[in-house]
Design a binder for this molecule. Structure first.
Ligand code: ADP
Ligand code: MG
Length: 255
């Protein structure tokens, strides 16, 4: 596959928690219509990097440029409006709302069309609600939850809650989605479904950062892989290259 143009570039990203350098001088680039997997042992700093990019934490240093626009000083909602959506390591759904309402919440988060689409005229409120409903149904269908639209999100299986999170992230009409361990807790069938969904999203032009431990999934979908260890960049390359790198194997074995 031809790689797309560079969409995101993270340079010199650093974050300390007290005496701990959770992320140190990390760099990472993501191309359009591609999947960049971030692997590394527990505590390597993967989730912290995702949290820095999405504004959950402010970086101590570093730049996070999306299509040339610096995100580092922006608040989480502004970063979301700029086109960066995410899912969490532990699924965050509203358990007492229906699956459909949960997806609609993805639109409410940004209230308006994303900034990067601001050139488009905002539709009337009525039309907006209609559109949100239709688009939410479409997204549920997309992630395999069409039948669950009126089910309370809290009673969905864990795998379906993860799919719901992805649908909600998609509702923001993002340019980049950051997925923090989406395969965690999935059974093999659900994991296959996730792989198919990620490939479909990529086909549609979506850029993704896939933080993942599940190496089969990484090997199946990743265009490039970055391995972190102790907050730092350990290796970068194709899945084959990185997974065969002795330093990567050693980091996973903890030696
Ligand atoms: P990973 O996602 O790769 O498992 P994390 O980014 O969650 O790693 O954590 C990296 C390091 O930063 C760990 O040592 C973790 O304990 C620490 N850490 C993460 N978040 C916080 C926080 N909010 N406060 C203090 N330490 C944190
Ligand atoms: Mg993590």
């Amino acid at each position: 596959r031809e790689p797309g143009a560079e969409l995101l570039r993270i340079d010199g990203a650093s974050k300390r928690f007290g005496g701990l350098q959770a992320v140190g001088e990390m760099e990472l680039a993501v191309r359009e219509a591609s999947i960049h997997a971030v692997i590394g042992p527990n505590g390597a700093g993967k989730s912290t990097l995702a949290n820095l990019l999405t504004g959950v934490y402010q970086p101590d240093e570093g730049s996070f440029r999306l299509d040339g626009v610096e995100l580092a000083q922006l608040k989480a909602h502004a970063i979301a409006r700029s086109g960066v959506a995410r899912t969490f390591q532990t699924p965050q759904v509203f358990p007492h709302e229906t699956t459909l309402e949960n997806v609609k919440a993805g639109f409410v988060d940004v209230a308006q069309l994303p900034l990067w689409k601001a050139a488009l005229k905002p539709p009337s409120q009525y039309r907006r609600e209609r559109e949100i409903h239709d688009r939410a149904i479409e997204l549920l269908d997309r992630v395999g939850l069409a039948e669950d639209a009126s089910t309370l999100a809290g009673s969905l299986s864990y795998g379906k809650q993860r799919a719901l999170e992805i649908a909600r992230a998609m509702a923001m009409d993002p340019r980049l989605i950051v997925l923090d361990e989406p395969a965690a807790g999935l059974n093999p069938t659900e994991c296959d479904g996730l792989a198919a969904l990620l490939l479909q999203l990529r086909e549609d032009g979506m850029a993704m950062i896939l933080v993942e431990h599940h190496m089969d999934l990484v090997g199946q979908v990743a265009d490039e892989v970055t391995c972190m260890d102790q907050g730092r960049l350990l290796a970068h390359g194709s899945a084959e290259e990185v997974l065969a790198d002795p330093a990567v194997v050693a980091a996973y074995l903890g030696v």
